[in-house]
Design a protein around this ligand. Sequence first.
Ligand code: FAD
Length: 567
Amino acid sequence: MTEAYSNARLAFASWRDSVPPEPYDPHLDLVNARYLDGDRLAGVRDAGTRFGRVVVAELGPVAESYQQHGPELDQYDGLGNRVEAIRFDPGYHDAGRLLWASELVHHAGEPGASFEQATSGYLASLEGEFGHMCAATCTTGMIRVLRRFASDAIADRYLPALTDADYDAALRGAQFLTEVQGGSDVGALASVATDHGDGTWRVSGEKWFCSVADADLFLVLARPDGAPGGTEGLGCFLLPRLVDGTPNGFSIRRLKQKLGTRSMASAEIDFDDAVAYPIGPTTDGFKIMVTAMLNTSRWMNAVGDVGIMRRAYVEAAGYAGHREAFGQLISTFPLVRRQLAELKVDWLAALHSTWHLTALDESVDLGVADDADAGFYRYLVNANKLACSLAATKVVRGAIEILGGNGAIETFSVLPRLLRDAIVYEQWEGTHNVLTAQVLRDLGRLDMTGSVLDRTANLLKGITDPELGTIAERALVSFEDISTEIRRCVEDPRHGALHGRDQLERLVAAHQVGLLLDAAGTAGDLAMELATAARLLTGRTLDRAYRPEHDPDFADTLDAVLASDLD
Ligand SMILES: Cc1cc2nc3c(=O)[nH]c(=O)nc-3n(C[C@H](O)[C@H](O)[C@H](O)COP(=O)(O)OP(=O)(O)OC[C@H]3O[C@@H](n4cnc5c(N)ncnc54)[C@H](O)[C@@H]3O)c2cc1C
């Protein structure tokens, strides 16, 4: 009896020791090497390897230490002055110091470092510190907004501190769009802005979801007096937290008690004549917020999802390789292998599409994207957020299943926290339905349907290796159906409103299959994993006639996907 207990605990302990392995993993290196070379690739590798080890050795344990102790609101100081301050566990700031020192935010200061940012964001997400990832993402978005649209005076005043890699010296940014009457329907916003006549404005209104409520600077959408309704009447304003050392016309009603991202403060905030600086023309607020802020958040959101998936897969595969049931390792059960392979396919597919998006993001931010790239970016930034955030929740849930009852225990693994955070990732920065509607609208209004479909098809048609080409051909057969359905969804909005989401998920998957196959052609030891991942993804998502139970190679395909992780 005693021996049985201690053997099981030893197996747990050796699993824990094995997880996570080297955080800067070979698949991450492969995607970086697909888009970068020379000194830049070497720099990303070097920084990623170093930061990855910091994440595992320091960031993870620190993040774990304060999860039970969330932020608290101090509306007043000891003398009864309103201060609207947020108090955090000291460990929260220790984690922030580690993340900021990775230069994740610092790199946002100049365009051309999207891969550096994505690599740090992915690695930080392995440990699920999504409180700080939210702040880093909002600050990155704000930096881009100020770089592209602010007056020189505002940019010079705030950008140096926003981009500071020293957490204690840096300013942090937040973005407040959502109001109680709606988050998706941004045009329904009721906050108002009044021109004060001296270059400053005054903003009043209620914001219902204000993450990073402790930020030093808030970007807020509000409607200038007399502006038309809807999104076209909105202006973008920068509000400093403090004016002359006191809260700038705002009061925090309360902090939200959240399902996930609990370490970070999300609040309901009332603004009453808060001093505000207009950013860009006050008629362009929505456009500015979407192009520079929300698109950045949607990209970084997907980066975080990929990190979540990697961690969940690693936890589950490691556990399966150590846990015994019925006298054998659970990794030897065919169903467990099948489940693990599915998790890995989702992670790899999301990694490749998100790194493709990262390349597009960089060229858009540098201002060098041609019309074709800019159009495809516009499509992919929305479609990829939808696909990756759906996949992340699915992957964490699947990993929890592999851990059995232990998967549901907070002290046993990071998975329960990852699941909660992944669900939040699905909601913010645009829900799935709203992103679908946006993509279908863009495809129709900007006449992009043909170019998006052609680009995806051409990727598959460009696979020339005979073995990989067989998979690409299968995907192309299904792609004809996907193209027809997408066209119908765009041309018939009533049809698209009901069926567009399914078809969009298939379209993203087709692109991911193409990327996996394209990468497999030059992936060396990883080629087989990528090719078989593409094969599984084609069967599961694209080819509606595929029946795994009729596929004699199905079990071998699963084994090939898992080859580098499990015997
Ligand atoms: C933890 C957390 C932190 C957040 N932080 C911030 C923040 O810092 N700043 C900020 O501005 N916002 C923030 N948000 C708000 C978030 O962006 C919104 O919740 C999100 O955009 C959805 O808006 P909503 O909640 O009003 O949902 P609604 O817009 O009411 O949507 C409800 C449901 O209706 C569906 N729906 C809506 N429109 C359509 C349509 N046209 N077709 C089909 N379905 C539709 C949606 O998909 C959703 O399923 C945060 C949210 C969370 C959960």
